[in-house]
Write a protein that binds this ligand. Structure first.
Ligand code: GDP
Ligand code: MG
Length: 398
């Protein structure tokens, strides 16, 4: 699972990425993993089942704090996209290709309207954020259509001759883009194209198909960033204007400052919280005290910085992920070393328990016999869809 952060230059993508991937030691999943500069690990919150039992857990990949697990999610920060990126403008296609494996996109926009499409500063309010959401959608569609176009004519003619169905061809063709068969089916149903004769499709037909494919396979949400500089009424207007793309106000800068202050030991704050504490105000410089006071006003106005909740709504509501806790002992909820609820990870809602087994270890999937629900102790067959928050043991042949 990976979420891509997209948008034009200078809207706050890297600030958002840096904030989300700056996890303090008690939240960091595998603290010593190294990641590429533009890829990182963030985390989403989920109640830890250990609270149902009263026995503390022994977290491995997903830290637990005050009964809340921080479940890892991969993020990719893509260099700024400008109109015409699909034709190689700006940093171009190479960066679009960084998005191939992303399951969904958070588009960061400058809600103050003070950045032009190329990322240059302009007077506040002179740019309309809804427009950049529009052209960025176009860029993504052109990019996917461009990928489809390559050798399309020759290949579909061959496929038609051999009686290969268009959905099978597209499935094969789109594996690199992580577009699931179900999304292809949806797109073929919804795109106004003649699905029986793909060899007759025009460039416009491919573009239409690319659009519906993206809608079906890669949900987008918008961060109305720099909300520290806009009024709540403006945010509501923008939310309306961006529909059907869900949008939420964020202050990436406030979130990054808070997380850095936590790291420096100056502030007690948990991402997503409505407030923070300063245990020892005498350690703050006057500038730091003033900066934090400004952030407190942001939190008062917006409830939170918006950053953590935005990622969570992307992961849980838009991407329909659920958290599962695999264990080896369904009674004590431990692994073979006696660790309680060691791991937590995300899978799409409805994932069959056997596919969960594959996620834990390919051998567990291959030798799968059944799963056992750690709460009800009932046996679950291979195709049983895993429950959200499930504690499950996988039983496999040895
Ligand atoms: N006021 C304000 N400025 C922000 C916020 N997030 C980012 N910025 C500023 O916007 C500028 C561009 O940020 P950056 O993350 O580099 O943008 P990117 O080019 O989209 O990656 C920097 O000066 C940031 O400090 C925010 O939430 N509020
Ligand atoms: Mg950047």
């Amino acid at each position: 699972m990976e979420v891509g952060i997209v948008g034009k230059p200078n809207v706050g993508k890297s600030t958002l990425f840096n904030a989300l991937t700056l996890l303090d030691a008690t939240m960091a999943p595998y603290p010593f993993t190294t990641v590429k500069p533009n890829r990182g690990v963030a985390a989403v919150r989920f109640p830890c089942p250990h609270t149902e039992r009263g026995t503390p857990c022994t977290p491995g990949n997903a830290a637990c704090r005050n009964g809340v697990r921080w479940v890892p999610v991969s993020l990719v920060d893509v260099a700024g996209l400008v109109p015409g990126a699909h034709e190689g403008r700006g940093l171009g296609n190479q960066f679009l290709n960084d998005l191939s494996v992303a399951d969904g996109f958070i588009q960061v926009v400058d809600a103050t309207g003070a950045t032009d499409p190329e990322g240059n500063p302009v007077p506040p309010g002179s740019q309309e954020p809804a427009e950049e959401v529009g052209w960025l959608g176009d860029e993504l569609a052109y990019w996917v259509a461009g990928l489809l176009e390559r050798e399309f004519d020759r290949q579909v003619r061959k496929a038609e001759l051999e009686g290969v169905k268009i959905e099978e061809y597209l499935e094969h063709r789109l594996t690199g883009l992580k577009i699931a068969p179900a999304a292809i089916q949806t797109a073929l149903r919804e795109a106004p194209i003649d699905r029986a004769h793909p060899s007759k499709w025009s460039a416009e037909d491919l573009l239409r198909l690319a659009r519906v494919l993206l809608d079906a396979a890669k949900p987008r949400a918008a961060a109305l960033n720099k909300c520290d500089r806009i009024a709540p009424d403006r945010a509501s207007e923008l939310e309306q204007a961006l529909r059907p793309i869900p949008a939420k106000p964020t202050s990436a800068e406030a979130e990054l400052t808070l997380r850095r202050a936590v790291k420096a030991g100056l502030v007690a704050y948990s991402p997503g919280d409505a407030d923070f504490q300063v245990p020892d105000p005498s350690r703050l410089s006057p500038a730091q005290a003033k900066g934090l006071e400004g952030i407190r006003q942001v939190l008062k106005r917006w409830g939170t910085t918006g950053v953590q909740p935005l990622l969570e709504s992307m992961v849980f509501e838009r991407l329909h992920q659920v958290v599962v806790f695999p264990v080896e002992d369904e009674t004590h909820w431990t692994d073979s070393k006696g660790r309680v609820l060691p791991d937590a990870f995300l899978v799409p809602a409805g994932t069959p328990v056997r596919a969960v087994a594959f996620r834990v270890h390919s051998e567990l999937g291959e030798h799968f016999i059944r799963a056992i629900d750690g709460r009800t102790h009932r046996a679950l067959a291979a195709d049983h869809p895993v429950d959200a928050g499930a504690v499950i043991r996988i039983v496999a042949r040895r």
